[in-house]
Every structure is written in C-alpha cells, then in structure tokens.
Design a protein around this ligand. Structure first.
Ligand code: NAP
Length: 249
C-alpha cells in the first residue's frame, strides 16, 4: 500500500448523505484524502465519492457500522494502512428513533445511543491513538441543539447528543497536552433526509422557533467544520458552537 503522509487524512462518519456528505465535499482538495463510512447506502456513498471527485478531491467510502467495534477497527485499519495518518475526525453519523418516553422501546433507546454516542467513542478512541503519535489532530463532534434544550419525543436522541457534549469536553481536557483539539457543533434544524420525515405541522412549529426565520443547509454546518479543522482554530478546544439560526442563545 502507498503511504501518502504528505496529504492530510480527513475521516468523516456517515458521509453518504446529508451533512456528512456536505462535509466530505467541503473538505475535499488536492491536499486532503477524505475517508468516510456509512451504514448500508452503497449508491449514496458512490454519489458522495463522485461529488468529491468533481470538487477536485478524492474520497473513499467504506461500509462500516459505527456501532460495531470490529467494523470500526477494520475501517481505521484500512485508512492507516493507506495513509498512516488521521488529521481530522468528524463524528457525524447519527440517527433518530423518536417516540414518547412512556412508549419508547429499549431497542430504540439502544439504537440511538449505540450509533450517536458509542460510535463516536469507538472512532475517537482509535483516531486519538494515531493523533497522539502525530502530536496533532482535530476531533469535531456533530451534536444537536436538542442535546442542550431537550425535545419532547426525543429522550433517547437528546440524551445521546447531551452525552456527546460531555464526551467532547472530557476528551478535550485529556488530549490538549498532545496538541489535539476536540469541539462540538450543535446544529438546529438542517434540511436533510433526517428532517425531511417530519410532518408539515412540526416543520411550521420548528420554523417559529428560529429567530433567523429559515431552516439551515448542510453548508451552514460545513463552514464551521472547515474552520475548526483549520489552523485558525488551533487555540479553540472543548467548545460547543451553535449553528441553529439562533434557536438557542
Ligand atoms: P442523515 O441525512 O440521516 O444521514 C445520516 C448518515 O449517517 C448517513 O450517511 C448514514 O449512512 C449514516 N449512518 C447512520 N447510521 C449509521 C451506522 N450505524 N453506521 C455508519 N453510518 C451510519 O442525517 P443528517 O441530517 O445529515 O445528520 C448528520 C448528523 O447531524 C447526525 O449526527 C445528526 O444527529 C446531526 N444533526 C442533524 C440535524 C438536522 O437537522 N439534520 C440537526 C442537528 C444535528 P447510510 O446512508 O448508509 O444510512
């Protein structure tokens, strides 16, 4: 395998669709190699690879369930054998299994915690080992405004996203002495497949809570990812940056 250590290696989880795809495209360029994983959507993953290529970069999509440690170990083994580096890790993969607390099934709780929170733990743990050796690295966690405010019908999702904020701050403290930063981005309502399923009534109610009066686009989030991954953000760690049109202040 070729070791291309002159390029930066950017790892994005859940890059086949939505915000993750937009991050893959935003981080693409001649100086970077983008790797992303996805759960099952091979066709969408191939589209992301094509879109990154069209943007002048290269991306490799690998099917790897983020909630399974062996799959994530294999994902990173491939990345490390090909590039030997992990410069930026964006923990983005996530899902919802909404329902009221009293009706919520254990499997819906577990699915959300396993993907949204445990997946970030698996990836960060492996990436951090390489970043420590490099004495540099950036970990960027995509949480949610509801991890701070809570949301009716999303006890599992809100808990996973609140957990991610605590996780970010803990690892920011642990890894700072190794020149590794860890920050979280808390999007509000961003137009993707995840929010497309909401009813029109819910969308109208949501819009009323957004002072800037519009839903966000994936590119609103990628701009902050690019900043946190850049040299300009080298003195920022343990922070939560809100990208929500002012939903939470
Ligand atoms: P999305 O459009 O539903 O895309 C989810 C991505 O995660 C897909 O690439 C999916 O892969 C991947 N994924 C899901 N389960 C996985 C698993 N077990 N293993 C590996 N990959 C998996 O979601 P999105 O709206 O872009 O959201 C991205 C992140 O932003 C999530 O963490 C979400 O909680 C957060 N967020 C979103 C919003 C919003 O309004 N959209 C707001 C706040 C926070 P497949 O294509 O294979 O299914």
């Amino acid at each position: 395998m070729t070791v291309r250590s002159e390029k930066h290696t950017i790892v994005i989880t859940g890059g086949s669709r939505g915000i993750g795809r937009a991050i893959c495209i935003a981080m693409a360029g001649p100086e970077t190699t983008v790797y992303f994983n996805y759960a099952s959507n091979l066709e969408a993953a191939a589209e992301t690879e094509e879109m990154v290529k069209a943007a002048g970069g290269s991306a490799v999509g690998i099917c790897a369930d983020i909630s399974t440690e062996s799959a994530i170990t294999g994902f990173f083994q491939r990345i490390l054998s090909e590039t030997g580096r992990v410069d930026v890790l964006v923990n983005n993969a996530g899902l919802t299994r909404d329902g009221l607390l009293v009706r919520m099934k254990e499997r819906d709780w577990d699915a959300v915690m396993d993907v949204n929170l445990k997946g970030a733990f698996f990836c960060s743990k492996i990436a951090a080992k390489t970043m420590i050796k490099q004495h540099s690295g950036r970990i960027i966690n995509i949480t949610s405004v509801v991890g701070i405010t809570g949301n009716s019908g999303q006890a599992n999702y809100s808990a996973s996203k609140a957990g991610m904020i605590g996780f970010t701050k803990a690892i920011a403290k642990e890894l700072a002495s190794r020149n590794i930063t860890a920050n979280a981005i808390a999007p509000g309502y961003i137009e993707t497949d995840m929010t497309e399923v909401l009813s029109e009534k819910n969308k109208v109610a949501m819009l009323e809570q957004i002072p800037l009066g519009r839903f966000g686009k994936p590119q609103d989030v990628t701009a902050v990812v690019a900043f946190l991954a850049s040299d300009a953000a080298s003195y920022i760690t343990g922070q939560v940056i809100h990208v929500s049109g002012g939903m939470y202040m």
